[in-house]
Every structure is written in C-alpha cells, then in structure tokens.
Design a protein around this ligand. Structure first.
Ligand SMILES: Nc1ncnc2c1ncn2[C@@H]1O[C@H](COP(=O)(O)OP(=O)(O)O)[C@@H](O)[C@H]1O
Ligand SMILES: [Mg+2]
Length: 295
C-alpha cells in the first residue's frame, strides 16, 4: 500500500486521538489474538503508530512477541493494582510503529476479587487517555467471555471488530455479543459502535461456510438504519483463510510478516488492513461537514 496515500488519510473525524478498537468474541480460539497481532502489524507497516493491549490473563498476545509474562514487569494486570502502574511503564516496543502492553495472570483477579470494585470498568479507558497522543490506532485483544475485562475494553473503545468463524451457531454468539455492545453503549460508552466482522480460519470451499456467510451478511443488513450500535457493521474483506503459518509464527515470537511475508496469511492480513483503512476513510468523509453551497 502506498505510504503517501495512508498519510493523507484522515484517520478519524474525531478532533484528536487514536482510533481504539476492541477485538471481541466471547468464544475462545476464534482468531482474536492472531488478528490483533497481524492486523496491528499490517497497520504499523503502513505507517500508523499502533499499540496492542493484551486483555487476556492467558497472555497469548504477549507470547506472539516472545515476551514471557509473570516476570514482575508492569502489565495490564498492574494497571488494576492499587496503586496502579503508570501506563507509560507498561508499554513495550515490539517493532517499528508497533508497541504492546503485555498481560499476566494477575489480570485474572479483575474477573474475580476486583470485579465489584468501584470504577473498575473504566480503568483501561482512563489509562489509555494518558498515552492517546502517542498512537494512531489502539487494538484491544479481549479475553474470551463478556466479563469485566471485556467491558473494560468496550468502555475504552470507539468501535468493535468481531473475529469469528462461519460455522453453525456462530450467529447466535454474534447476537449475544452485540447485545453486550448495546448494553455498554446504553451506559458507559454511548459512542460505541460495532463496525466489522472478520471471518477467521476460513474454509473457502465449504458450502456450509458459504451459507453461514450469507446468513451473517443478511443478519447485519436487516439492521441498516436501525437505532442499534451495529447499524453500520459490515463483513470486512477478505476472510482470513486457514493457513498453518499463522499458527506457527507465534511459537517463534514473530508476526506473520516477520515469519513469512509472502504466505496467504500475510496476504490476507495485509488486505484486511487495507479494507479497514478504506472503511475509516469513508467514514471520515461521511462525517465531514458538507461544503457550503455556492451563492
Ligand atoms: N487463519 C488461521 N489459520 C490457521 N490457524 C489459525 C488462524 N487463525 C488463528 N489460528 C490458530 O488458532 C488458534 C486460536 O487463535 P487465536 O487467535 O489464539 O484465538 P483467540 O484469541 O480468539 O482465542 C491459535 O492456535 C492460532 O494460532
Ligand atoms: Mg486470544
């Protein structure tokens, strides 16, 4: 992608600050972490200052960068401690334009003994506000489940991407997830929208898969213009094909672009980044004030 083109893209109609995206699905193993890392890496390559936040106590995102957790380093878990770590101290530089905040098992306390603490839902939002000027894009890698950690991500985010598989029952899960987005939008974060569904580990030849894709598309279409936070949600292209290289890369602490930049997985995430950027560009155009009419 031509870098010059990207730099000329108005990234947001907001006056300032990064786009913050929660990658959410209550189901585990659907491609949230793989997408956070590799979409993030592709956005970073295209020139955007990108921060990834590991919100999962299993710390898989951190492992993609070869970071062993529980080494006493400041992390998303310690943002919730009292006193909390400074967010600046939690940020690790992964690659050019690509930083991340690792997680550790301490983060599991947030779903347990800290869950009822006053103000716990806004901890991440308050922390990210302090580093907002340093980044163009922040991607939040949510844990499975729709508990306090996912609510923290939804409270901090402007929009939600849903990685999922085109499989029977997936639509049920999508409906439940969108219900949670609606709850958070009705309370803590009125501007929150669900803007994209990303099909991961996609089997292009399966006729069952094709039928489910049509079903997901039809489901989203029926809400166009409705008063719900997913009224503009689209199926983002392309689907990410199942590609073993995507599963191998993290065991070497590498993104797909470091591991094999020519494989289908790298190609798919590169193209996904392009379509995300063009969606943001379109939306910024739509939000721009109309030019004054000529006298
Ligand atoms: N497109 C893909 N092709 C092959 N394996 C994949 C692909 N996407 C993810 N995986 C693998 O599937 C597993 C689950 O993916 P992951 O991103 O960790 O899901 P989640 O974060 O939703 O739990 C991981 O082992 C990952 O390496
Ligand atoms: Mg994960």
């Amino acid at each position: 992608m031509p870098r010059a083109l990207l730099y000329s893209v108005p990234m947001s109609s907001r006056p300032s600050g990064p786009r913050i995206v929660a990658l959410l699905n209550q189901k585990g193993g659907v491609g949230k972490t793989t997408t956070t890392v590799n979409l993030g890496a592709a956005l970073a390559v295209s020139g955007l200052r990108t921060l990834l936040v590991d919100m999962d106590p299993q710390s898989n995102l951190s492992l993609h960068f070869g970071v062993e957790t529980d080494e006493g380093r400041p992390s998303t878990g310690s943002l919730f401690s009292q006193p909390p770590s400074k967010v600046e101290d939690c940020i690790v530089k992964g690659r050019d334009n690509l930083s991340f905040i690792p997680a550790d098992t301490e983060l599991a306390l947030v779903e347990g003994e800290l869950a009822g603490r006053d103000g716990v839902q806004t901890v991440l939002r308050d922390a990210l506000t302090k580093v907002a000027k340093k980044f163009d894009v922040i991607l939040l890698d949510c844990p499975p489940g729709l508990g306090v950690l996912s609510v923290n991500a939804l409270t901090a985010a402007h929009e939600v991407f849903v990685p999922m598989q085109a499989q029977y029952l997936a639509l049920r899960g999508l409906e439940k997830l969108l219900g949670t987005v609606q709850l958070v939008a009705a309370g803590l974060n009125p501007n929150l929208v669900a803007s994209g569904v990303i099909l991961c580990m996609h089997e292009t030849l399966s006729s069952h898969g094709k039928a489910v894709v049509d079903e997901i598309r039809g489901h989203l279409e029926q809400f166009r213009g409705a008063d719900v936070p997913w009224r503009d949600c689209r199926l983002l292209a392309p689907p990410i094909r199942r590609n073993i290289k995507l599963a191998e890369a993290p065991s070497f602490g590498k993104t797909i672009f470091d591991y094999d930049s020519k494989c289908p997985g790298a190609e798919d995430y590169r193209r996904l980044a392009e379509s995300v950027l063009s969606m943001w560009r379109e939306r910024a155009d739509a939000d721009a004030p109309a030019p004054a009419a000529k006298a």
